[in-house]
Design a protein around this ligand. Structure first.
Ligand code: DSN
Length: 456
């Protein structure tokens, strides 16, 4: 008999096919990626790292450059690794080529694990880390007091200025005054392009400071060449998730510049040794057995991102976001930063329409448009009832949406906002079932014209 879980998976397939995913950190993976994730590679234990010996015989047909030839001793704790080693080496090599890194650790289970491993690789308990604050658009793992890292390290935060850009003066002043061990540039609700050159100059005033970028949100834009790559500007480390704009399986990745050496020998703590310090911090420092079925799927995703058509995808994500932002503005929406330079849009719902982001999120859910309520830099209230909502275009761009669909989407969003204005509360939305239902059926009709990859 079919396990009830499969019924729920079928329901979720229906939800994803018939609705539109606007959460900026979500995307739809290819059928190949799904196949690798569901493969027998999950049966294997592979603690440790692969060597690069004999890698020369693996080559991508679309790329003339040969696969990395760095030789490392094999460092696995279990036998039977021949195939796994080859798969992980392909993932490492493709990640390095994609992001211009000297080294890649493809084992972090998530972005949070990736960040924690970098802190562990470079800092001692109590050391200072300078990062963007959560309300300004930073991430939980960048020092929110509810996290384990915040109990171990001493996080200091910088914010944003009114136009939504990083407060570079504050960043510089705090970097010089506090002399942190890490300066971290990263965010989950920030619509500008960081000035990496300026940040590198600031970091020169902090000797021995590790420059780290958490590019989880924009990694796909970097890979597609429509966003600068911090590793090209002197950053030492870049962490990312693999499932957002990068469109791979759910997981983490750490890219670094520096010397590649054996993870077996504990190296001196120096910026040149960062790759090896990171490898040791991931395993055995903070994780056990790697998820090789996910690593295989990461390798496939990096391969997809190295192909020329990924550049078109990345360009379309940004174009769609800019179109959607300007259509929303025309319809009376007030946006944080007055628009976007990447894939992400933050609407000040309170200022635009006089109700909070949670009501709007719930109402949009009822018409098959999924996004999330989000705090704004100016929010003082509870995180559960923030003033804004956050949305983005990576997933709908994967489905093939373009300019005309962005205009339709903006109109639906305005119609739902007008319903919320009349309803005034979440409970009262039930009085508007007919209006919401009619928008829902329009959403469903459009959505089903643009199939989700991997869903038959
Ligand atoms: N949860 C992710 C996001 O939605 O931005 C960040 O980890």
């Amino acid at each position: 008999m079919k396990d009830i879980v499969f019924n729920l998976i079928d329901e979720e397939k229906k939800r994803q096919s018939e609705g539109l995913e606007l959460i900026p950190s979500e995307n739809y993976v290819s059928a190949d990626i799904l196949k690798a994730m569901g493969s027998i590679l999950t049966n294997k234990y592979s603690e440790g790292y692969p060597s690069f010996e004999g890698i020369g015989d693996i080559k991508d047909e679309w790329d003339e450059k040969s696969i990395a030839t760095k030789i490392l001793p094999n460092y696995r704790y279990y036998g039977g690794q021949d195939n796994i080693d080859r798969i992980e080496r392909i993932a490492i090599d493709r990640a390095c080529r994609l992001f211009h890194a000297d080294h890649a650790n493809v084992q972090p289970h998530s972005g949070a694990n990736a960040n924690e491993a970098v802190y562990f690789a470079w800092c001692e308990p109590g050391d200072k880390i300078l990062a963007m604050s959560l309300p300004a658009g930073g991430h939980l793992t960048h020092g929110s007091p509810v996290t384990r890292s915040a109990k171990i390290y001493n996080f200091i935060s910088y914010g944003v200025i009114e136009d939504g850009d990083i407060n570079y003066d504050e960043l510089e002043q705090k970097a010089i005054a506090e002399q942190p061990k890490i300066i971290l540039i990263g965010y989950s609700a920030f619509m500008k392009i960081p000035d990496f050159e300026r940040i590198t100059k600031i970091a020169k005033k902090v000797p021995g400071c590790l420059l780290m970028a958490d590019m989880a949100h924009v990694a796909g834009l970097i890979a597609g060449g429509v966003h600068p790559n911090p590793l090209d500007y002197g950053f030492h480390v870049m962490t990312t998730t693999t499932h957002k704009t990068l469109r791979g399986p759910r997981g983490g990745l750490i890219l670094s510049k520096g010397n590649i050496a054996s993870p077996l020998k504990k190296p001196e703590k120096s910026l040149e040794n960062i790759p090896i310090l990171i490898d040791r911090a991931v395993f055995p420092g903070t994780q056990g057995g790697p998820l090789e079925h996910i690593i295989a799927a990461k390798a496939i995703a990096f391969g997809e991102a190295l192909k020329p058509n990924f550049k078109t995808y990345a360009k379309n994500i940004v174009e769609n976001a800019k179109t959607l932002a300007s259509e929303l503005i025309k319809l009376g929406f007030i946006l944080q930063g007055n628009g976007t330079d990447n894939h992400l849009i933050l609407i000040d719902v309170q200022k635009s329409f006089g109700f909070d982001g949670k009501i709007y999120e719930k109402a949009l859910d009822k018409v098959g448009l999924t996004l999330n309520a989000n705090s704004l830099p100016t929010d003082k209230g509870a995180a559960f009832r923030p003033s804004g909502v956050r949305l983005g275009t990576p997933a709908i761009t994967t489905r093939g949406f373009g300019e005309s669909e962005m205009k339709t989407l903006a109109l639906w969003m305005k119609q739902v906002a007008s319903i919320c204005q009349k309803a005034k509360s979440e409970e009262n939305l039930s009085n508007f079932t007919t209006e919401l239902g009619s928008i829902h059926s329009e959403v469903r009709t459009l959505a089903t014209k643009f199939p989700v990859p991997g869903i038959k």
